[in-house]
Design a protein around this ligand. Structure first.
Ligand SMILES: *Cc1c(COP(=O)(O)O)cnc(C)c1O
Length: 357
């Protein structure tokens, strides 16, 4: 018998979530964001479940090449653009659309020898202050690019810093309008939060990521509860040990939890080396045997401990859901001071993954 931990990827949930996005996006095209190995779900294993999308957005050339080699013919967008002029040859060979966020990239495009023009996404810094041209620099960058034979279709792109807030897009949209004042071109602005909550940002292409995987861009599961989005990943393991504590006895490293009464606890084969957050405190939700219970004590590398008081029937071998349909990854993340994004991306390579239809 193998160690009982397993992550299940739900193809039907991915397909369903894409259809929810399609509804929300109206007539806009969809870049399904599959960076970071499809947010930890495994790009090679999941892209076909999302193949109704209009394009895939990611940022590693290896991932883009994988999609082409597996037969994806529609557009691929490199969200961070190319990292060195030499890479343009690969963008050319695999027909990749690239964001352009810096002047050196415009020069590299001017000097490259390409077999055909590349479509580009000119990135506007609308206040995130990571990548992109300031609004007042955009006109100039646009003109330079428009004059290059190596440049095909051009789209204006920006990324929101605070789209999960009701007013979070007001100032960025002002800056984008400023940047675009004499440019009429397609636009791509909306991440998951803007796709769900700010239809006025949809324009030509939306770029949802986290909602395809069934977690909330705000970090709060309640915020997407009414959308019908479903978790695309379940992380499960089993009880591999049971202890009965006397009042006052401690549990795990540092005895960070002590029983106040007699208490039955279960040891689960899942720890931080599997991707479970080490900072999860006592009280982090877990689902076992039809009941919700919680972790107690420190999360260790290979194990965690749960309270069995609400589920007296539990025995060695009982299945435990760490996150999935019954315990939302957003809730585990919130308890641990992080977001669902980080937990799904951090699923460890040692966890076996199965794909369910
Ligand atoms: C990651 C990313 C997205 C998707 O963000 P979500 O919050 O997961 O929807 C969209 N656009 C860019 C530029 C990104 O880097």
């Amino acid at each position: 018998m193998a160690r009982p931990i397993v992550a299940t990827i739900h193809s039907d949930a991915l397909r369903h979530n894409l259809s929810v996005v399609r509804q929300a996006a109206g007539r806009s095209h969809i870049w399904s964001v599959v960076k970071a190995n499809a947010y930890g779900h495994g790009l090679a294993r999941i892209w076909q479940s999302l193949s109704d999308t209009d394009g895939f957005a990611l940022l590693n050339l290896e991932e883009a090449i994988l999609l082409r080699e597996q037969g994806w013919k529609k557009p691929i967008l490199l969200l961070e653009g190319f990292f060195a002029p030499e890479e343009l040859e690969i963008l050319d060979r695999y027909r990749l659309t690239t964001s352009v966020h810096s002047n050196w990239q415009i020069q590299a495009l001017a000097q490259a020898r390409l077999s055909a023009p590349l479509d580009i996404y000119l990135k506007v810094n609308s206040g995130m202050n990571r990548l992109g041209f300031q609004p007042e620099q955009v006109h100039n960058a646009w003109q330079k690019l428009r004059n290059l034979d190596n440049v095909g279709e051009m789209t204006l792109m920006s990324h929101f810093a605070r789209a999960e807030e009701a007013q979070g897009i007001v100032e960025p949209l002002r800056r984008i309008e400023l940047a675009a004042k004499d440019i009429s071109s397609p636009r791509s602005l909306a991440n998951s939060a803007a796709t769900l909550w700010h239809p006025q940002t949809h324009h030509d292409w939306v770029r949802p990521g986290i909602i395809l995987y069934g977690a909330s861009p705000s970090g709060k599961w309640q915020d997407i509860a009414s959308t019908g989005l479903r978790p695309a990943m379940t992380l499960e393991s089993e009880i591999i040990g049971i202890q009965n504590l006397y009042p006052g006895e401690g549990v795990g490293y540092g005895h960070r939890y002590r029983a106040s009464d007699e208490q039955r606890i279960g040891v689960v084969a899942c720890g931080y080396a599997d991707g479970y957050p080490r900072h999860a405190p006592t009280g982090t939700p877990v689902y076992v045997d039809g009941a919700r219970t919680t972790t107690v004590g420190a999360i260790s590398m290979d194990m965690l401990v749960i309270d069995l008081t609400p589920c007296p029937e539990v025995h060695i071998g009982t299945r435990v859901e760490l996150w999935g349909d019954n315990v939302r990854i957003d809730d585990v993340a919130a308890a641990s001071g992080t977001v669902g994004y980080e937990l799904m991306c951090a699923l460890a390579p040692r966890v076996p993954v199965v794909v369910a239809d």
